[in-house]
Design a protein around this ligand. Structure first.
Ligand code: HEC
Length: 153
């Protein structure tokens, strides 16, 4: 084989080799990226209970602003009763303390709208937020500073 031809063949072979290495590297990288994404999804997927808690938060934030501006109060959404069954991030979280506070909270949440109560509206509202805090003190301390902002001073 003339030298020129040999160099050509060789480089073609190398070309193929480099191409293969390139493809393998790219697909390996892609795989890694995909796996990372999967992990993120698992880590950041909020539980049914976490979503419900955020609805508790939003509802009470809207009660607070309605109270402060003397507007009509929205009824407690019925789905809040899901506190008794919603799946939690930590399945062992549904312990006797949680199960004791859950009905007490629903009760105090409904009392906020009880116009026959002898307690005034702001007291009923704050009592309810203190019920959130009471359960959170033992069951989930992270959101406490956020929940405290719901109190009407
Ligand atoms: C019976 C106990 C209990 C009561 C009452 C309670 N919480 Fe929670 N809360 C929890 C637990 C447990 C979690 C963790 C849930 C999970 O991660 O599955 C949580 C989580 C949260 C979170 C974080 C959600 C997230 O995105 O991870 C917020 C915010 C929150 N609660 C606000 C409130 C507010 C506001 C109230 C009252 C209106 C309230 N909670 C009443 C036990 C309670």
């Amino acid at each position: 084989m003339p030298l020129k031809q040999m160099v050509y063949c060789l480089s073609n072979k190398y070309k193929t080799l480099f191409f293969l290495i390139f493809v393998v590297t790219i697909s390996a990288c892609k795989k890694e990226v995909k796996e990372e994404k999967k992990e993120e999804l698992i880590v950041y997927q909020p539980s049914e209970m976490a979503n419900l808690m955020n609805e508790f938060y939003e509802y009470n934030a809207s009660l607070k602003s309605a109270i402060l501006s003397n507007e009509d109060l929205e009824q407690m959404p019925e789905r809040f009763l899901k506190i008794h069954s919603a799946e939690m991030t930590d399945s062992s979280g549904r312990n006797s303390i949680f199960n004791g506070f859950a009905p007490a909270y629903i009760n105090s949440q409904m009392k906020v709208l009880d116009t026959l109560s002898r307690l005034d509206l702001r007291t009923r509202y704050n009592n309810n937020i203190n019920m959130c805090l009471a359960c959170h003190k033992t069951e989930c301390v992270g959101p406490i500073p956020r929940i405290k902002k719901l109190l009407i001073k």
